[in-house]
Design a protein around this ligand. Structure first.
Ligand SMILES: Nc1ncnc2c1ncn2[C@@H]1O[C@H](COP(=O)(O)O)[C@@H](O)[C@H]1OP(=O)(O)O
Ligand SMILES: [Mg+2]
Ligand SMILES: [Mg+2]
Ligand SMILES: [Mg+2]
Length: 389
């Protein structure tokens, strides 16, 4: 065992002094951990490259649809939420690219959409349009020499996303358009892709086609269409990076380190139906936050937070709503550089239990230093709200 450790660390025990030999035995666990850390962060490079390519191409498809959105491009799902040709097209593109780029990996994808509604007679026009969009998008990346995908190929690629995930092995997690309501309004949305390994998020890519490259501090600022389109990415142990979606140089980013709640503005859902704005207002007041909330759609909130625009994200869905892993996995790792995301009781988020992310009450994100004060304000506000009912 020791011999193999010495070999792995490329040490020569015969040249070690009598003093350093015993030291070697104590330092081996430390060095082994370092070797393991290095190989862990190195080992996701191929997956990261494939994920960035897939998310960036899916973003091109979504931008094209958002520019020329037709009423016939939108459907209503069983839960009354909207779904568009871009949600389906984005899922097909990401699924197809990941499988093609990583042929040696066993492929498992947990994704939001499935093909059931698209297989219905009345959706045939929509399926034709999705198939055209997917083929145009793949061709734009030099995949023109391949055979165009048939409608059935597109349905199969979408249905690759039916995996249940879980605590073992590797699973991709995808929200092909997070914030479909923002997408339809012409506002913020994200293509959110993450990789789970043994139940932990190890890699995340967030493409936010409408997010300004400069910091955002209010919703009004987001109306500018200049210099927008951000790609955030992170994998374990390497920090978080941002580049423009058209491929500028990456810059390292991190969550705001402010310890002063008076300087800390907070993000929340644009849609009041997605998060209780009255509760977040109460929490912010208790904490001493002075700035008004910044309300934007989708995991673009995690992206903005990861580069220090604001310092807090509060999400409190109304009673009965169950969070899904694809709505948080990519954002969770993107804010890990200086930030921490927990449920309302301070528990870490557990992505290992299948498609749902069951938890206590809500999700809160901030830096490590502000978290204790935020948790206190959250718990007091929840008690106050419960006693006023
Ligand atoms: N009733 C709801 N409550 C909370 N979140 C919802 C609800 N309906 C849909 N969502 C999901 O909330 C997320 C966006 O929330 P927000 O923009 O408020 O952060 C999306 O994942 C959206 O799904 P989808 O991916 O279909 O857009
Ligand atoms: Mg949806
Ligand atoms: Mg979503
Ligand atoms: Mg979605």
């Amino acid at each position: 065992m020791v011999a193999s450790i010495v070999r792995t660390l490329q040490l020569n025990p015969t040249t070690l002094s009598p003093i350093s030999r015993p030291l070697l035995f104590f330092s081996i666990p430390l060095q082994l951990r370092a070797v393991r850390r290095a190989s862990v962060s190195m080992s996701y490079n191929r997956q990261l490259a494939a994920a960035k390519k897939a998310a960036a191409l899916a973003a091109c498809l979504c931008q094209k649809v958002q520019k020329a959105l037709l009423q016939s491009d939108v459907q209503s799902k069983y839960d009354k939420t909207p779904v568009t040709v871009a949600d389906y097209g984005s899922q097909a593109v990401v699924s197809y690219i990941l499988e093609k780029e990583l042929p040696s990996m066993s492929f498992s994808l947990v994704a939001e959409e499935d093909s059931e509604d698209l297989r219905k007679e009345e959706a045939q026009g929509m399926l034709k349009r999705i198939t055209e969009l997917v083929n145009e998008t793949l061709a734009s990346d030099g995949m023109a020499d391949m055979m165009p995908l048939s409608e059935e190929d597109v349905l199969v690629a979408i249905d690759s996303g039916k995996s249940e995930g879980g605590p073992h092995g590797q699973h991709w997690v995808l929200d092909p358009i997070d914030g479909t309501k923002g997408f339809l309004r012409g506002d913020q949305y994200a293509i959110a892709l993450a990789l789970l390994d043994e139940g932990k998020v190890v890699l995340g890519v967030l493409a936010c086609p409408n997010l300004p490259l400069a910091a955002v501090a209010s919703h009004n600022q987001l109306i500018s269409k200049d210099d927008v389109g951000c790609l955030f990415y992170a994998h374990v142990g390497t920090g978080t990076y941002m580049q423009s979606l058209d491929g500028s140089k990456s810059t390292k980013v991190h969550v705001s380190a402010t310890e002063n709640p008076e300087e800390a503005s907070f993000f929340e859902s644009f849609e009041a139906a997605h998060s209780m704005h009255d509760l977040s207002g109460l929490i912010a007041k208790k904490l001493g936050v002075k700035a008004p909330p910044v309300r934007i759609d989708s995991q673009a909130k995690y992206g903005a937070l990861s580069r220090g625009d604001g310092a807090i994200y509060l999400r409190f869905p109304h009673k009965g709503y169950r969070e899904k892993i694809w709505d948080h996995a990519a954002g969770y790792i993107v804010v890990a550089a200086g930030g921490v995301a927990t449920d309302a009781a301070g528990n870490p988020l557990d992505f290992s239990r299948g498609r749902y992310l069951d938890m206590d009450t809500g999700i809160i994100v901030t830096n490590q230093k502000l978290m204790p004060a935020l948790l206190k304000a959250v718990q007091e506000s929840l008690k106050e709200k419960a006693s006023s009912l």
